[in-house]
Design a protein around this ligand. Structure first.
Ligand SMILES: Nc1nc2c(ncn2[C@@H]2O[C@H](COP(=O)(O)OP(=O)(O)OP(=O)(O)O)[C@@H](O)[C@H]2O)c(=O)[nH]1
Ligand SMILES: [Mg+2]
Length: 318
């Protein structure tokens, strides 16, 4: 009985895979130069997809980096200068049209700002307004607010800083014509620090970053993103060869260790399951209790990225 149910879910999932491989994932990154947009994207994906540098933005533009991970095409769109006080160019109609013509789809949007600042800067507010005008208020449905340099805030002040900064940025977003607090208050925030594995509360931040980005991803982007990330999320010994290594922002981890590159705590597992149920396999959340057991052997037999995804689902529903 449970095997039949598992089979049904699996078929529903596998039927969506060929379509997922044809799709492209588009990440739009908003934030001042040097705030850690590229480093954070690279840390999440476990690969140096976007260039990390220390240069100053001099002109305003829209730049995209194309890459491919496990057969899934990725575009990371950067908006240099949009949040910076670039004097010679204004955030005008011309730039708005440039954005519209270059960005035809957004699966995940990141608003990135350092945690150790106290107020929302004027250039950030202007960028928020421009984004809203360019893509409409629905663009915020796929947004995540990311606070970088989390460890530059004192541990005792960290929870308050995170709360306060989140409120201020949500308010700035809500103030845009048409957006409002209902949409803005739904936007999750995550604190990260690519110079460390943990945030000041001692928690590893990669799991939270994945959970929030996944919870906001477009429906079209959900399966491609899940396929790309699955291998990093499930305990490595479940489907990897002993000889395999995988990269982390802090060097290489040897497979066979108990821990995946991105660890999820119980709360995050719950949220990820909710997202899988909402965007990938409807009905799975209320399936029989031992549904995970029925998935396990199938995932191992399928192998590859899809096998890893099925294995991850099995592990989550274990
Ligand atoms: N300690 C620490 N360093 C960081 C963090 N985020 C970024 N950096 C460093 O800051 C510098 C700039 O980071 P990038 O990731 O290139 O920033 P960016 O926002 O992509 O910058 P542009 O592409 O120039 O707009 C690099 O040297 C990073 O290593 C962080 O959270 N903590
Ligand atoms: Mg960058």
């Amino acid at each position: 009985m449970i095997e039949q149910q598992a089979q049904k879910f699996l078929e529903a999932f596998q039927a969506k895979i060929p379509g997922a491989h044809k799709k492209k994932l588009v990440f739009l990154l908003i934030g001042r130069t040097g705030v850690g947009k590229s480093s954070t994207v690279n840390a999440l994906l476990g690969k140096p997809i976007a260039e990390v540098g220390d240069y100053e933005a001099t002109t305003m533009g829209v730049e995209s980096y194309e890459s491919e991970l496990d057969g899934i095409k990725f575009t990371v769109i950067d908006t240099p200068g949009l949040c910076d006080d670039v004097e010679e160019v204004e955030r005008d109609q011309h730039y708005l049209e440039l954005m519209r013509s270059k960005v035809t789809q957004i699966d995940s949007m990141w608003f990135v700002s350092p945690l150790n600042e106290t107020r929302v800067r004027r250039d950030e507010i202007e960028a928020i307004e421009l984004i809203s005008r360019a893509f409409g208020k629905q663009v915020w449905e796929h947004a995540v607010i990311i606070f970088t340099f989390a460890n530059s805030v004192n541990a005792s002040k960290y929870p308050e800083a995170l709360k306060k900064r989140t409120e201020l940025i949500r308010k700035a977003i809500a103030n845009c014509e048409d957006v409002g607090l209902v949409v803005a208050n739904d936007i999750p925030s995550v604190a990260v620090d690519t110079g460390s594995e943990t945030t000041p509360d001692g928690e590893k931040w990669l799991g939270e970053l994945f959970t929030k980005v996944f919870s906001r991803i477009s429906e079209r982007g959900a399966i491609p993103f899940f396929l790309v990330m699955a291998d990093s999320l499930k305990p490595p010994h479940q489907n990897k060869k002993e000889s395999d290594q995988y990269s982390t922002p802090f060097g290489y981890a040897q497979v066979g260790s108990e821990k995946p590159r991105i660890e999820l705590n119980e709360q995050q597992k719950k949220e990820v399951k909710k997202t899988i149920d909402a965007l990938i396999i409807p009905g799975l959340a209320t399936a029989g209790a031992s549904i995970g057991l029925a998935f396990g052997p199938v995932g191992a037999a399928v192998g590859g990225g899809i096998g890893a995804a099925i294995g991850l689902i099995a592990w989550l529903w274990d």
